[in-house]
Design a protein around this ligand. Structure first.
Ligand SMILES: Cc1cc2nc3c(=O)[nH]c(=O)nc-3n(C[C@H](O)[C@H](O)[C@H](O)COP(=O)(O)OP(=O)(O)OC[C@H]3O[C@@H](n4cnc5c(N)ncnc54)[C@H](O)[C@@H]3O)c2cc1C
Length: 380
Protein backbone atom coordinates (compact mmCIF):
# COMPACT_ATOMS: atom_id res chain seq x y z
CA UNK A 1 0.00 0.00 0.00
CA UNK A 2 1.36 3.44 -0.92
CA UNK A 3 1.98 5.78 2.01
CA UNK A 4 -0.28 8.26 0.25
CA UNK A 5 -3.21 5.86 0.27
CA UNK A 6 -6.30 7.72 1.47
CA UNK A 7 -8.52 7.19 4.46
CA UNK A 8 -11.61 5.88 2.66
CA UNK A 9 -15.12 6.46 3.98
CA UNK A 10 -17.67 4.24 2.25
CA UNK A 11 -21.14 5.79 2.30
CA UNK A 12 -21.67 9.49 1.72
CA UNK A 13 -24.83 9.68 3.81
CA UNK A 14 -25.21 11.60 7.04
CA UNK A 15 -22.47 9.98 9.15
CA UNK A 16 -19.93 9.40 6.38
CA UNK A 17 -20.27 12.91 4.94
CA UNK A 18 -20.05 14.64 8.33
CA UNK A 19 -16.95 12.62 9.17
CA UNK A 20 -15.37 13.53 5.82
CA UNK A 21 -16.20 17.21 6.34
CA UNK A 22 -14.69 17.23 9.84
CA UNK A 23 -11.50 15.49 8.69
CA UNK A 24 -11.13 17.72 5.62
CA UNK A 25 -11.42 20.82 7.80
CA UNK A 26 -9.34 19.76 10.80
CA UNK A 27 -6.84 17.37 9.21
CA UNK A 28 -6.15 18.78 5.74
CA UNK A 29 -2.90 16.77 5.69
CA UNK A 30 -4.81 13.45 5.68
CA UNK A 31 -5.54 12.05 2.19
CA UNK A 32 -9.27 11.39 2.11
CA UNK A 33 -11.76 9.69 -0.21
CA UNK A 34 -15.54 9.64 0.33
CA UNK A 35 -17.27 6.98 -1.77
CA UNK A 36 -21.03 7.14 -2.38
CA UNK A 37 -23.14 4.77 -4.46
CA UNK A 38 -25.82 7.30 -5.41
CA UNK A 39 -25.66 10.48 -7.48
CA UNK A 40 -25.65 12.85 -4.50
CA UNK A 41 -24.61 12.92 -0.86
CA UNK A 42 -27.16 12.33 1.89
CA UNK A 43 -30.03 10.82 -0.11
CA UNK A 44 -33.37 12.59 0.08
CA UNK A 45 -34.13 13.19 3.74
CA UNK A 46 -35.06 15.78 6.26
CA UNK A 47 -33.03 15.34 9.45
CA UNK A 48 -34.33 17.00 12.61
CA UNK A 49 -32.91 17.50 16.07
CA UNK A 50 -33.57 19.46 19.27
CA UNK A 51 -31.41 22.37 20.37
CA UNK A 52 -29.84 20.42 23.23
CA UNK A 53 -28.85 17.47 21.03
CA UNK A 54 -25.78 19.11 19.49
CA UNK A 55 -23.43 21.58 21.11
CA UNK A 56 -20.18 23.42 20.46
CA UNK A 57 -18.16 22.24 17.44
CA UNK A 58 -20.82 19.66 16.59
CA UNK A 59 -23.39 22.44 16.38
CA UNK A 60 -21.11 24.46 14.07
CA UNK A 61 -20.69 21.45 11.77
CA UNK A 62 -24.43 20.84 11.60
CA UNK A 63 -25.23 24.57 11.21
CA UNK A 64 -23.03 24.68 8.11
CA UNK A 65 -25.80 22.63 6.40
CA UNK A 66 -28.20 25.59 6.90
CA UNK A 67 -30.89 24.08 9.10
CA UNK A 68 -34.21 25.81 9.78
CA UNK A 69 -34.75 26.55 13.47
CA UNK A 70 -38.00 27.05 15.35
CA UNK A 71 -37.68 28.42 18.90
CA UNK A 72 -40.42 26.14 20.27
CA UNK A 73 -42.56 23.14 19.36
CA UNK A 74 -45.76 21.45 20.54
CA UNK A 75 -47.11 17.99 21.36
CA UNK A 76 -50.74 16.87 21.45
CA UNK A 77 -52.21 13.91 23.32
CA UNK A 78 -55.78 13.14 24.33
CA UNK A 79 -56.25 15.48 27.30
CA UNK A 80 -52.79 17.07 27.08
CA UNK A 81 -51.63 19.79 24.64
CA UNK A 82 -48.28 21.27 25.46
CA UNK A 83 -45.87 23.86 24.03
CA UNK A 84 -42.20 23.26 24.81
CA UNK A 85 -39.89 26.23 24.80
CA UNK A 86 -36.70 24.66 23.48
CA UNK A 87 -35.82 24.87 19.84
CA UNK A 88 -36.32 22.33 17.10
CA UNK A 89 -34.24 22.22 13.93
CA UNK A 90 -34.51 20.53 10.54
CA UNK A 91 -32.07 20.28 7.71
CA UNK A 92 -32.62 18.86 4.24
CA UNK A 93 -30.05 16.51 2.75
CA UNK A 94 -29.58 19.03 -0.09
CA UNK A 95 -27.71 21.13 2.48
CA UNK A 96 -25.31 18.26 3.18
CA UNK A 97 -24.80 17.57 -0.52
CA UNK A 98 -23.96 21.24 -1.18
CA UNK A 99 -21.57 21.39 1.77
CA UNK A 100 -19.60 18.31 0.73
CA UNK A 101 -19.21 19.66 -2.82
CA UNK A 102 -18.16 23.06 -1.47
CA UNK A 103 -15.66 21.91 1.18
CA UNK A 104 -14.12 18.77 -0.28
CA UNK A 105 -11.88 18.85 -3.35
CA UNK A 106 -13.27 16.88 -6.31
CA UNK A 107 -10.39 14.43 -5.84
CA UNK A 108 -11.71 13.67 -2.35
CA UNK A 109 -15.01 12.13 -3.41
CA UNK A 110 -16.61 9.73 -5.85
CA UNK A 111 -20.32 9.56 -6.59
CA UNK A 112 -22.11 6.69 -8.35
CA UNK A 113 -19.48 4.32 -6.96
CA UNK A 114 -20.95 1.36 -5.08
CA UNK A 115 -18.44 -0.57 -3.01
CA UNK A 116 -18.76 -4.33 -3.24
CA UNK A 117 -16.06 -5.31 -0.72
CA UNK A 118 -14.44 -3.53 2.20
CA UNK A 119 -11.16 -4.58 3.84
CA UNK A 120 -8.97 -2.71 6.32
CA UNK A 121 -6.51 -1.85 3.54
CA UNK A 122 -8.77 -1.15 0.59
CA UNK A 123 -12.14 -1.03 -1.10
CA UNK A 124 -13.39 -2.81 -4.24
CA UNK A 125 -15.92 -0.98 -6.38
CA UNK A 126 -18.78 -2.41 -8.46
CA UNK A 127 -16.69 -2.15 -11.64
CA UNK A 128 -13.91 -4.24 -10.10
CA UNK A 129 -11.55 -1.34 -9.38
CA UNK A 130 -9.65 -1.77 -6.13
CA UNK A 131 -8.55 1.32 -4.24
CA UNK A 132 -5.84 0.93 -1.62
CA UNK A 133 -6.49 2.69 1.69
CA UNK A 134 -4.60 3.69 4.81
CA UNK A 135 -7.87 3.13 6.71
CA UNK A 136 -11.46 2.21 5.78
CA UNK A 137 -14.64 3.33 7.50
CA UNK A 138 -17.93 1.58 6.76
CA UNK A 139 -20.70 4.19 6.82
CA UNK A 140 -23.11 2.41 4.48
CA UNK A 141 -26.14 3.18 6.60
CA UNK A 142 -29.09 1.13 7.76
CA UNK A 143 -29.54 -1.22 4.79
CA UNK A 144 -29.31 -4.91 5.52
CA UNK A 145 -29.69 -6.93 8.68
CA UNK A 146 -28.56 -5.75 12.11
CA UNK A 147 -27.43 -9.09 13.55
CA UNK A 148 -27.80 -9.65 17.27
CA UNK A 149 -30.12 -6.69 17.85
CA UNK A 150 -33.64 -7.08 19.16
CA UNK A 151 -35.59 -4.37 17.40
CA UNK A 152 -38.96 -2.75 17.04
CA UNK A 153 -39.59 0.04 14.54
CA UNK A 154 -40.52 3.66 14.12
CA UNK A 155 -41.89 3.79 10.60
CA UNK A 156 -43.41 6.67 8.70
CA UNK A 157 -44.42 8.24 5.44
CA UNK A 158 -43.90 11.98 5.11
CA UNK A 159 -45.45 14.19 2.46
CA UNK A 160 -44.24 17.70 1.79
CA UNK A 161 -47.01 20.06 0.73
CA UNK A 162 -47.12 23.32 -1.09
CA UNK A 163 -49.79 24.76 1.20
CA UNK A 164 -49.89 28.58 1.10
CA UNK A 165 -51.59 30.03 4.16
CA UNK A 166 -51.40 26.84 6.25
CA UNK A 167 -50.95 29.05 9.32
CA UNK A 168 -48.95 26.57 11.44
CA UNK A 169 -46.29 28.57 13.32
CA UNK A 170 -44.34 25.89 15.21
CA UNK A 171 -43.66 22.17 14.62
CA UNK A 172 -46.07 19.64 16.07
CA UNK A 173 -43.63 16.92 17.05
CA UNK A 174 -46.32 14.46 18.06
CA UNK A 175 -50.05 14.74 17.47
CA UNK A 176 -51.29 11.54 19.09
CA UNK A 177 -54.95 12.56 19.10
CA UNK A 178 -55.34 10.54 15.88
CA UNK A 179 -56.70 6.94 15.73
CA UNK A 180 -54.29 4.55 17.40
CA UNK A 181 -53.84 1.91 14.71
CA UNK A 182 -50.79 -0.36 14.27
CA UNK A 183 -49.12 0.58 17.55
CA UNK A 184 -48.38 4.05 18.87
CA UNK A 185 -49.43 6.41 16.10
CA UNK A 186 -48.85 10.15 15.80
CA UNK A 187 -48.65 12.78 13.10
CA UNK A 188 -45.61 15.05 12.89
CA UNK A 189 -45.89 18.40 11.10
CA UNK A 190 -43.09 20.82 10.24
CA UNK A 191 -43.91 24.24 8.79
CA UNK A 192 -40.79 24.87 6.67
CA UNK A 193 -42.16 28.20 5.44
CA UNK A 194 -45.53 30.00 5.31
CA UNK A 195 -46.31 27.90 2.23
CA UNK A 196 -44.37 24.65 2.81
CA UNK A 197 -45.37 21.93 5.23
CA UNK A 198 -44.05 18.42 5.89
CA UNK A 199 -46.64 16.05 7.39
CA UNK A 200 -45.57 12.58 8.54
CA UNK A 201 -47.78 9.72 9.67
CA UNK A 202 -45.67 7.77 12.18
CA UNK A 203 -46.00 4.45 14.01
CA UNK A 204 -44.09 2.71 16.77
CA UNK A 205 -44.68 -0.89 15.73
CA UNK A 206 -43.42 -4.43 16.13
CA UNK A 207 -43.18 -5.00 12.37
CA UNK A 208 -41.19 -3.09 9.75
CA UNK A 209 -43.71 -3.42 6.87
CA UNK A 210 -44.85 -0.05 5.57
CA UNK A 211 -48.12 0.39 3.64
CA UNK A 212 -47.16 3.58 1.85
CA UNK A 213 -50.47 3.98 0.02
CA UNK A 214 -52.60 3.61 3.18
CA UNK A 215 -50.41 6.07 5.11
CA UNK A 216 -50.55 8.50 2.19
CA UNK A 217 -54.35 8.48 2.43
CA UNK A 218 -54.26 9.02 6.19
CA UNK A 219 -51.93 12.00 5.71
CA UNK A 220 -54.32 13.51 3.15
CA UNK A 221 -57.21 13.02 5.62
CA UNK A 222 -55.22 14.62 8.45
CA UNK A 223 -54.22 17.60 6.30
CA UNK A 224 -57.84 18.14 5.28
CA UNK A 225 -59.02 17.84 8.90
CA UNK A 226 -56.53 20.56 9.94
CA UNK A 227 -57.88 22.83 7.16
CA UNK A 228 -54.48 22.90 5.37
CA UNK A 229 -55.37 22.89 1.70
CA UNK A 230 -52.26 21.99 -0.27
CA UNK A 231 -50.59 20.17 -3.14
CA UNK A 232 -48.15 17.30 -2.39
CA UNK A 233 -44.69 18.00 -3.84
CA UNK A 234 -42.52 15.20 -2.47
CA UNK A 235 -42.58 12.14 -0.25
CA UNK A 236 -40.12 10.44 2.10
CA UNK A 237 -40.37 7.11 3.90
CA UNK A 238 -38.48 5.78 6.87
CA UNK A 239 -38.30 2.58 8.88
CA UNK A 240 -36.02 3.31 11.81
CA UNK A 241 -34.76 0.78 14.37
CA UNK A 242 -35.90 1.04 17.97
CA UNK A 243 -33.61 -0.91 20.26
CA UNK A 244 -35.14 -3.35 22.75
CA UNK A 245 -32.04 -5.37 23.58
CA UNK A 246 -29.60 -7.78 22.04
CA UNK A 247 -25.98 -8.73 22.01
CA UNK A 248 -23.57 -5.93 21.04
CA UNK A 249 -20.75 -8.42 20.36
CA UNK A 250 -22.84 -10.23 17.75
CA UNK A 251 -23.82 -6.97 16.13
CA UNK A 252 -20.22 -5.79 15.99
CA UNK A 253 -17.69 -8.53 16.74
CA UNK A 254 -14.54 -7.30 18.43
CA UNK A 255 -12.55 -9.05 15.69
CA UNK A 256 -14.06 -6.92 12.89
CA UNK A 257 -11.07 -5.04 11.46
CA UNK A 258 -13.10 -2.35 9.65
CA UNK A 259 -14.25 0.82 11.42
CA UNK A 260 -17.93 1.81 11.33
CA UNK A 261 -19.93 4.99 11.66
CA UNK A 262 -23.63 5.89 11.51
CA UNK A 263 -26.39 3.30 11.68
CA UNK A 264 -23.96 0.67 10.40
CA UNK A 265 -22.18 1.06 13.73
CA UNK A 266 -25.30 1.21 15.89
CA UNK A 267 -24.91 4.95 16.53
CA UNK A 268 -28.55 5.92 16.91
CA UNK A 269 -30.87 7.03 19.70
CA UNK A 270 -32.40 3.81 21.10
CA UNK A 271 -35.91 5.28 21.41
CA UNK A 272 -36.19 7.42 18.28
CA UNK A 273 -33.81 5.78 15.80
CA UNK A 274 -32.44 9.27 15.08
CA UNK A 275 -28.71 9.55 14.51
CA UNK A 276 -27.80 13.13 13.62
CA UNK A 277 -26.38 14.04 17.06
CA UNK A 278 -24.21 10.91 17.23
CA UNK A 279 -23.06 11.41 13.64
CA UNK A 280 -21.92 14.97 14.42
CA UNK A 281 -20.27 13.98 17.71
CA UNK A 282 -18.41 11.08 16.13
CA UNK A 283 -17.26 13.23 13.22
CA UNK A 284 -15.72 15.89 15.46
CA UNK A 285 -14.13 13.36 17.81
CA UNK A 286 -12.73 11.30 14.92
CA UNK A 287 -11.06 14.35 13.42
CA UNK A 288 -9.18 14.93 16.68
CA UNK A 289 -7.84 11.34 16.95
CA UNK A 290 -4.05 11.37 17.07
CA UNK A 291 -3.72 8.17 15.02
CA UNK A 292 -5.94 7.95 11.95
CA UNK A 293 -4.54 4.57 10.89
CA UNK A 294 -6.96 1.74 10.08
CA UNK A 295 -6.58 -0.37 13.22
CA UNK A 296 -6.66 2.70 15.45
CA UNK A 297 -9.94 3.96 13.94
CA UNK A 298 -11.50 0.49 13.97
CA UNK A 299 -10.72 0.05 17.67
CA UNK A 300 -11.81 3.60 18.48
CA UNK A 301 -15.18 3.41 16.69
CA UNK A 302 -15.96 0.06 18.32
CA UNK A 303 -15.11 1.41 21.77
CA UNK A 304 -17.45 4.33 21.13
CA UNK A 305 -20.18 1.90 20.10
CA UNK A 306 -19.70 -0.16 23.28
CA UNK A 307 -19.89 3.05 25.37
CA UNK A 308 -22.99 4.13 23.45
CA UNK A 309 -24.54 0.70 24.06
CA UNK A 310 -23.81 0.83 27.78
CA UNK A 311 -25.22 4.36 28.01
CA UNK A 312 -28.43 3.18 26.33
CA UNK A 313 -29.49 0.57 28.90
CA UNK A 314 -32.19 2.73 30.47
CA UNK A 315 -33.62 3.63 27.05
CA UNK A 316 -33.78 -0.03 26.07
CA UNK A 317 -35.67 -0.74 29.29
CA UNK A 318 -38.17 2.03 28.49
CA UNK A 319 -38.55 0.63 24.98
CA UNK A 320 -39.29 -2.82 26.37
CA UNK A 321 -41.88 -1.29 28.69
CA UNK A 322 -43.43 0.44 25.68
CA UNK A 323 -43.48 -2.61 23.44
CA UNK A 324 -43.90 -5.45 25.94
CA UNK A 325 -45.93 -4.03 28.83
CA UNK A 326 -48.33 -1.76 26.91
CA UNK A 327 -50.95 -3.02 24.44
CA UNK A 328 -50.31 -1.48 20.99
CA UNK A 329 -53.43 0.73 21.15
CA UNK A 330 -52.43 1.94 24.64
CA UNK A 331 -48.79 2.80 23.91
CA UNK A 332 -49.73 6.45 23.51
CA UNK A 333 -50.32 6.54 27.28
CA UNK A 334 -46.60 5.97 27.87
CA UNK A 335 -45.74 9.09 25.85
CA UNK A 336 -48.61 11.08 27.39
CA UNK A 337 -47.23 10.19 30.81
CA UNK A 338 -43.68 11.10 29.78
CA UNK A 339 -44.75 14.53 28.54
CA UNK A 340 -45.95 15.50 32.04
CA UNK A 341 -42.26 15.96 32.93
CA UNK A 342 -40.43 19.26 32.94
CA UNK A 343 -38.89 20.68 29.78
CA UNK A 344 -35.27 20.35 30.82
CA UNK A 345 -35.75 16.63 31.48
CA UNK A 346 -37.52 16.11 28.14
CA UNK A 347 -34.62 17.87 26.43
CA UNK A 348 -32.05 15.68 28.22
CA UNK A 349 -34.05 12.58 27.26
CA UNK A 350 -33.73 13.30 23.55
CA UNK A 351 -30.11 14.38 23.93
CA UNK A 352 -29.26 11.06 25.63
CA UNK A 353 -28.06 12.90 28.75
CA UNK A 354 -30.44 11.67 31.45
CA UNK A 355 -29.28 11.98 35.03
CA UNK A 356 -29.99 9.37 37.70
CA UNK A 357 -32.66 11.68 39.13
CA UNK A 358 -34.26 11.98 35.69
CA UNK A 359 -34.47 8.20 35.36
CA UNK A 360 -36.13 7.98 38.75
CA UNK A 361 -38.66 10.68 37.82
CA UNK A 362 -39.49 9.01 34.51
CA UNK A 363 -40.35 5.78 36.29
CA UNK A 364 -42.37 7.32 39.12
CA UNK A 365 -45.97 8.53 39.13
CA UNK A 366 -49.10 6.60 38.24
CA UNK A 367 -47.84 3.92 35.83
CA UNK A 368 -49.19 4.20 32.28
CA UNK A 369 -48.91 0.41 31.81
CA UNK A 370 -50.24 -2.49 33.95
CA UNK A 371 -47.90 -2.73 36.92
CA UNK A 372 -47.64 -6.54 36.84
CA UNK A 373 -46.53 -6.48 33.21
CA UNK A 374 -44.13 -3.61 33.92
CA UNK A 375 -42.52 -5.54 36.76
CA UNK A 376 -42.21 -8.64 34.61
CA UNK A 377 -40.44 -6.62 31.89
CA UNK A 378 -38.19 -4.83 34.38
CA UNK A 379 -37.04 -7.99 36.11
CA UNK A 380 -36.87 -10.29 33.10
C1 LIG B 1 -36.84 9.46 5.82
C2 LIG B 1 -35.93 9.49 7.02
C3 LIG B 1 -36.01 10.53 7.91
C4 LIG B 1 -35.18 10.57 9.04
N1 LIG B 1 -35.27 11.62 9.88
C5 LIG B 1 -34.35 11.73 10.85
C6 LIG B 1 -34.32 12.89 11.66
O1 LIG B 1 -35.20 13.74 11.54
N2 LIG B 1 -33.33 13.04 12.56
C7 LIG B 1 -32.37 12.08 12.71
O2 LIG B 1 -31.44 12.26 13.52
N3 LIG B 1 -32.43 10.94 12.03
C8 LIG B 1 -33.39 10.74 11.10
N4 LIG B 1 -33.42 9.59 10.38
C9 LIG B 1 -32.66 8.43 10.85
C10 LIG B 1 -31.17 8.44 10.55
O3 LIG B 1 -30.54 9.49 11.23
C11 LIG B 1 -30.90 8.57 9.07
O4 LIG B 1 -31.31 7.37 8.46
C12 LIG B 1 -29.43 8.86 8.72
O5 LIG B 1 -29.39 9.25 7.38
C13 LIG B 1 -28.53 7.66 8.97
O6 LIG B 1 -27.21 8.05 8.68
P1 LIG B 1 -26.15 7.04 8.09
O7 LIG B 1 -25.01 7.84 7.64
O8 LIG B 1 -25.94 5.93 9.02
O9 LIG B 1 -26.89 6.40 6.83
P2 LIG B 1 -27.32 7.12 5.49
O10 LIG B 1 -27.52 8.57 5.70
O11 LIG B 1 -28.45 6.32 4.94
O12 LIG B 1 -26.04 6.96 4.56
C14 LIG B 1 -25.60 5.74 4.05
C15 LIG B 1 -25.05 6.02 2.66
O13 LIG B 1 -24.30 4.92 2.20
C16 LIG B 1 -24.55 4.77 0.84
N5 LIG B 1 -24.22 3.40 0.49
C17 LIG B 1 -24.88 2.27 0.86
N6 LIG B 1 -24.26 1.20 0.37
C18 LIG B 1 -23.18 1.65 -0.31
C19 LIG B 1 -22.15 1.01 -1.02
N7 LIG B 1 -22.11 -0.33 -1.16
N8 LIG B 1 -21.19 1.76 -1.60
C20 LIG B 1 -21.22 3.13 -1.48
N9 LIG B 1 -22.18 3.78 -0.81
C21 LIG B 1 -23.14 3.05 -0.23
C22 LIG B 1 -26.02 5.10 0.68
O14 LIG B 1 -26.35 5.43 -0.65
C23 LIG B 1 -26.15 6.26 1.64
O15 LIG B 1 -25.95 7.50 1.01
C24 LIG B 1 -34.26 9.51 9.27
C25 LIG B 1 -34.21 8.45 8.37
C26 LIG B 1 -35.04 8.42 7.28
C27 LIG B 1 -34.97 7.24 6.33
Amino acid sequence: MSSNAPLIIVGGGLAGSLAALAIAERRPDVPLLLIEAEASFGGNHVWSYFDGDVEGDEDSLVKAMNPIRWPSHTVRFPGRNRALGFGYNSVHSDGLDALVRERLAPTQWKLGAAATALAPDGVTLHDGTRIAASAVIDARGPDGPMPGLELAWQKFVGVEYDAPGHGLAAPIIMDATVDQTDGYRFVYSLPFSPSRLLVEDTYYTDGAALDTAALGERIADYVAAQGWAGRPVSQETGVLPILLGGDPDTFWPATDPVARLGLKGGFFHPTTGYSLPQAAANAIALATLADLGGSSIAAWTRTRFVDHWRGGGFYRLLNRLLFRAALPEERFKVFTHFYRLDEALVSRFYAGRLTTGDKFRILTGKPPVPISKALRVMFS
